[in-house]
Design a protein around this ligand. Structure first.
Ligand SMILES: [Zn+2]
Length: 206
């Protein structure tokens, strides 16, 4: 596998940078004013691509043919580099999450940013969830949604048998502010771009 550095003038770089800055939302705990992008690396990983294609075929076949919806989403994790190399593994995910076991994604970059160091953890060096010194990573991924279970409440222990993913929208689930996308198998996600960045600390307006 290899990482290809995207230039700041590449269309893909510009598109992702705009998407990131457009999706800075307000959060109670981790807040930031902007992303200061250090590097964007395109992930060229034939093993993961092959795994992803097989997963797509399996889902399409299981769901009676037809195309499988692909959604591009963010994932923030202290293990982003390892994921780029070895792929997602739902076995590493906790079961007591809001929508059960699975790999969680978001369309909001600031939400992915909340998970830079783990669910409720600060950076290892300063133990600060809002740290603007330590480098953070997030992944832009292609997600195979397959048969989607639309959540109507939380917590939800698991999706019913036969579904491939869970989608929870704030309009239908009380207590969530931003949409959640949960893939039940790690093979349903292909990490495409690794973004290394700093989160610029949020300043209250006087
Ligand atoms: Zn730090």
């Amino acid at each position: 596998m290899l990482f290809l550095r995207l230039s700041t003038t590449d269309d893909e770089y510009i598109r992702i940078a705009e998407w990131m800055s457009r999706t800075i939302m307000t959060h109670k705990c981790v807040r930031l004013s902007e992303f200061s992008i250090k590097q964007m690396l395109e992930i060229k990983n034939p093993v993961l691509l092959e795994r992803f294609s097989r997963s797509k075929q399996r889902i399409e076949c299981k769901n009676g043919g037809g195309s499988c919806e692909l959604v591009e989403l963010f994932h923030g994790s202290p293990f982003a580099i390892e994921i780029a190399v070895s792929g997602f593994n739902e076995q590493h995910c906790k079961e007591n999450n809001m929508f059960g076991k699975g790999v969680y994604f978001t369309k909001h970059a600031s939400k992915a940013n909340q998970f830079s160091w783990g669910a409720n953890t600060g950076c290892p060096e300063h133990n600060d969830r809002n740290c603007d010194i330590c480098l953070r990573y997030l992944l832009v991924c292609s997600c195979l949604m397959g048969k989607q279970f639309r959540a109507t409440f939380q917590p939800l222990a698991a999706a019913p048998i036969g579904f491939d993913s869970i989608v929870a929208e704030p309009s239908s689930v009380k207590g969530i502010k931003y949409a959640e996308f949960v893939l039940l198998s790690g093979e349903q996600a292909l990490p495409k771009v690794l973004v290394a960045y700093h989160a610029v600390r949020y300043q209250e307006q006087e």
